[in-house]
Design a protein around this ligand. Structure first.
Ligand code: C2E
Ligand code: MG
Ligand code: MG
Ligand code: MG
Length: 278
């Protein structure tokens, strides 16, 4: 209690805000060295075909194993990296790591799957973004059809003409594009047909209560039906239960990702999953 700590509310709140700020500044500094110190890791989460149960892909999700603070969530450090610019370096590193890993698994004889990589706003806006992606594919030898880039609606609608141009170039290279967290952004549905996209990922917030909540069920069903009509593949994120999966199956949803199948895991653990699915 502020009063008990000397009766000065102002002092109390200021010092706790300072702590947060100091914490943020120190993370900010550490982030610059995170790649160099090999503290970043890429985890993988399977994407499953709802009808066959087969793994058709995986999403690459970055993790930061801080030397003192332990695991830090991307939800915390990606926004920091966006502001301080580290995201350019980190994003390229994640892309390269994920493509190289996917190529390695293909060379080891596992059935080829796609790897999906999240792209942040600042990365997408880099003038050399398309060249960077092309270089990574050249360097790692991964065929472009096995790469999926995930962008959010909010990134896509920031500058419509720019987005249309970039997506068209990526499409011409045979890279797949997914619209992530679909339903949470502000995009108008009319953009959907202007963007060269292949997949819609229904945000996990709609899947969470799909069984109990009629509104969420209606929203999810509507997104699935719309995707079908637009000839897009639809992926449900955050599937945690058999009931949710059964519901999605009835609605003709194509793919699912979520703890029901597996959380994101290290490359070593993911290879075990691939081995089992052979
Ligand atoms: P996202 O791309 O929408 O990724 C899905 C998030 O949902 C991941 O959180 C994943 O671990 C989590 N998830 C998967 N299945 C379930 C489930 O069944 N239940 C629940 N409750 N959660 C589930 P994560 O890994 O913490 O990543 C959070 C966000 O950080 C990602 O959301 C993405 O926006 C961003 N992110 C992660 N890696 C990268 C990256 O390499 N680059 C960029 N730019 N952003 C990244
Ligand atoms: Mg994603
Ligand atoms: Mg998402
Ligand atoms: Mg379809």
């Amino acid at each position: 209690r502020a009063k008990e700590k000397g009766g000065n509310d102002y002092q109390f709140y200021t010092s706790s805000m300072d702590e947060k700020l100091i914490e943020k500044l120190s993370l900010d500094k550490d982030l610059h060295n995170a790649i160099k110190n090999e503290e970043l890791l890429v985890y993988y989460q399977p994407k499953v075909d709802i009808y066959t149960g087969k793994i058709v892909g995986m999403e690459a999700l970055v993790r930061w194993k801080h030397s003192q603070k332990g695991m830090i969530s991307p939800a915390v450090f990606i926004p920091l990296a966006e502001v301080n610019g580290c995201i350019i370096h980190i994003g390229e590193w994640v892309l390269k790591t994920a493509c190289r890993q996917n190529k390695l698994w293909q060379e080891s004889g596992y059935e080829p799957v796609t790897v999906a990589v999240n792209i942040s706003a600042r990365q997408f806006q880099q003038p050399n973004f398309v060249d960077m992606v092309r270089n990574v594919l050249d360097e790692t030898g991964l065929e472009p059809k096995y790469l999926e880039l995930e962008i959010t609606e909010s990134i896509a609608v920031e500058d419509i003409e720019y987005t249309i141009g970039i997506l068209k170039k990526l499409k011409e290279m045979n890279i797949q594009i997914s619209l992530d967290d679909f339903g949470t952004g502000y995009s108008s549905l009319s953009y959907l047909k202007q963007f060269a996209i292949d997949n819609l990922k229904i945000d996990q917030s709609f899947i969470k209560d799909i069984i109990e909540n009629k509104n969420d069920a209606a929203i999810a069903s509507t997104i699935i039906a719309m995707a079908q009509n637009l000839n897009l593949n639809v992926i449900a994120e955050g599937v945690e239960t058999k009931e949710q999966l059964e519901f999605l199956k009835k609605q003709n949803c194509d793919y699912a990702q979520g703890y029901f199948f597996s959380p994101p895991v290290t490359s070593i653990e993911f290879e075990k999953i691939l081995k089992k699915s052979l």
